[in-house]
Design a protein around this ligand. Structure first.
Ligand code: KMH
Ligand code: ZN
Length: 277
């Protein structure tokens, strides 16, 4: 497959609506964003939800409502975040899997996360991985640092392949506390990914100003792209991002220049082993 898988991560748990008014926080805003991003070329939506006060939440009812609304209005692969916010307890993060997503994120280790700590104990990782397989959910393994790829190798060796049998990794680069968002770091990860099962695919995203170097490095290394306001709220120096669509449009432009046009949602399901709806 030579096309580019484009994931949009429209909201995240870190930016506040007050600081970033263009952030989609209601279900209606999220669905409208998802529809437009799909039309531009996105195939996956990585979802964090907010409560009525626009604060991050893992409320089960709202998660289910969000999954249903996205399914009704788009054919995007719905990937719920099991990472939540750094303050979320493990039990709530595991319960995200009960909301019925096709995919969910699964982070491969603990990392400093700005002023916070994003805690991912080994036993918790195993629990997430195993429960996802039991529920037929395809994981996206989130990698914040090089050693987390070794943890993934250990996980797969000890606990087997995920549902669908395909391994897909997302390199989240440039988090303060994690690996830098540089071509050199991406190449180091690319080398380590070769030790994972044959056919393993990867996406990459660079936080903040590393977004463009990471995007270009990923495309040239045969990787896929994640973009969105979860990771980037400045489009260029002095220019706030206006919408997630602006970031997806830029990623589509780069992918087309690389002669690796966006995968459709059907092609993305086939690539990742996500059961067609
Ligand atoms: N919000 C971060 C603490 C994920 O979605 O799985 C974790 C995160 C990763 O965003
Ligand atoms: Zn996330």
């Amino acid at each position: 497959m030579t096309g580019t898988l484009i994931t949009v991560a429209p909201t995240g748990a870190e930016s506040s609506k007050a600081a970033v008014p263009a952030l989609p926080v209601t279900i209606d805003e999220l669905v409208a964003t998802a529809k437009e991003c799909e039309a531009l070329g996105a195939a996956i939506v990585h979802v964090h939800i907010r409560d009525d006060a626009a604060e991050p939440t893992l409320d089960q009812g709202r998660l289910r409502e969000t999954v249903a609304a996205l399914r009704q209005s788009t054919s995007l692969i719905v990937q719920l975040s099991s990472g939540g916010a750094v303050t979320d307890p493990e039990a709530d993060r595991l319960a995200v899997l009960d909301a019925g997503p096709e995919m969910a994120s699964c982070t491969m280790g603990t990392v400093n996360f700005g002023d916070g700590v994003f805690l991912n104990r080994w036993e918790f990782i195993v629990d997430l991985h195993t429960r996802m397989r039991d529920k037929g959910i395809v994981p996206e393994y989130e990698i914040f640092d090089l050693g987390q790829l070794t943890t993934l190798q250990r996980l797969l060796t000890q606990h087997g392949l995920p549902h669908g049998g395909h391994v897909h990794v997302d390199l989240v680069m440039g988090v303060p506390g994690g690996m830098p968002g540089t071509a050199a770091a991406l190449v180091a990860c690319h080398q380590a990914i070769r030790d994972l099962p044959a056919g393993t695919t990867f996406s990459a995203t660079g936080i903040g100003r590393s977004t463009i170097p990471v995007m270009l490095a990923s495309l040239s290394a045969g990787g896929h792209l994640r973009v969105g306001m979860e990771d980037t709220v400045t489009y260029a120096k002095g220019r706030p991002v206006e919408s997630n669509m602006q970031l997806v449009a830029r990623a589509v432009g780069f992918a087309q220049l690389a002669q690796r046009p966006p995968l459709t949602t059907a092609e993305a399901r086939e690539l990742l082993g996500v059961t067609p709806r």
